[in-house]
Design a protein around this ligand. Structure first.
Ligand SMILES: [Zn+2]
Length: 204
């Protein structure tokens, strides 16, 4: 049974903190970490007054809580820019790992569960590595999730499982621009901030 992996459990933990229209564009994914414990995160995001939610939160054991349907715009990124475009909530799904990657690495189960969640979407929506990012990179002056080493590890795991999926145009220009973006965000002085998604600019 080597290589045979049981699916991770996924359950609903609905959050009201999303917009149903316009329909989410689902171009790719912004990864986060919660800082708060798993259960506390779900409770916080279930409250309308918090005004924040991810689409999915992945516990240390790989179990996934679904907070907002993919088709709806969850308020997770706040003020953000990716590939020159503002307002990432409209086109990037928000997937968050319970914990704080600046204090402890992602568990193997979290990485495997993220790949399992990605698999059907990667194929259906023709995703590529070009459209995978994290909160730190799209809001570099405000946010520090994920830790750079854990982002590199997750990105390598995604590439290892799915390939880059780059289109010809992305292979020519996109990789270079992403490398430049990484370099510039590394050069920025980042104030450590809790993730807990991002209320600023997240209103519909
Ligand atoms: Zn975040």
């Amino acid at each position: 049974m080597e290589g045979k992996i049981m699916p991770f459990p996924e359950f609903n933990a609905a959050s009201p903190n999303h917009a149903t229209l316009p329909v989410h564009e689902r171009r790719g994914v912004c990864f986060h970490h919660t800082v708060m414990p798993f259960g506390e995160t779900l409770a916080f995001m279930a409250r309308p007054e918090s005004r924040v939610s991810y689409h999915v939160v992945i516990a240390a054991d790989g179990a996934r809580a679904r907070l907002v349907a993919d088709e709806h715009v969850a308020w997770h990124a706040g003020e953000s820019v990716f590939h020159g475009r503002e307002g990432c909530n409209a086109f990037l799904l928000g997937v968050s790992f319970a914990g704080d990657t600046r204090l402890a690495p992602l568990t193997e189960a979290q990485v495997a569960s993220a790949l399992e969640w990605l698999a059907p979407r990667w194929e259906e929506l023709s995703w590529s590595l070009h459209w995978m990012t994290d909160h730190r990179q799209i809001a570099p002056s405000r946010k520090d999730d994920l830790a750079p080493a854990e982002w590199a590890r997750l990105r390598a795991a995604i590439a290892g499982r799915f390939g880059t999926g780059y289109s010809a145009a992305e292979a020519q220009g996109g990789v270079v621009s992403q490398a430049a973006q990484l370099a510039s965000s590394a050069a920025t002085t980042v104030e450590p901030t809790r993730c807990a998604a991002s209320s600023a600019g997240s209103m519909p």
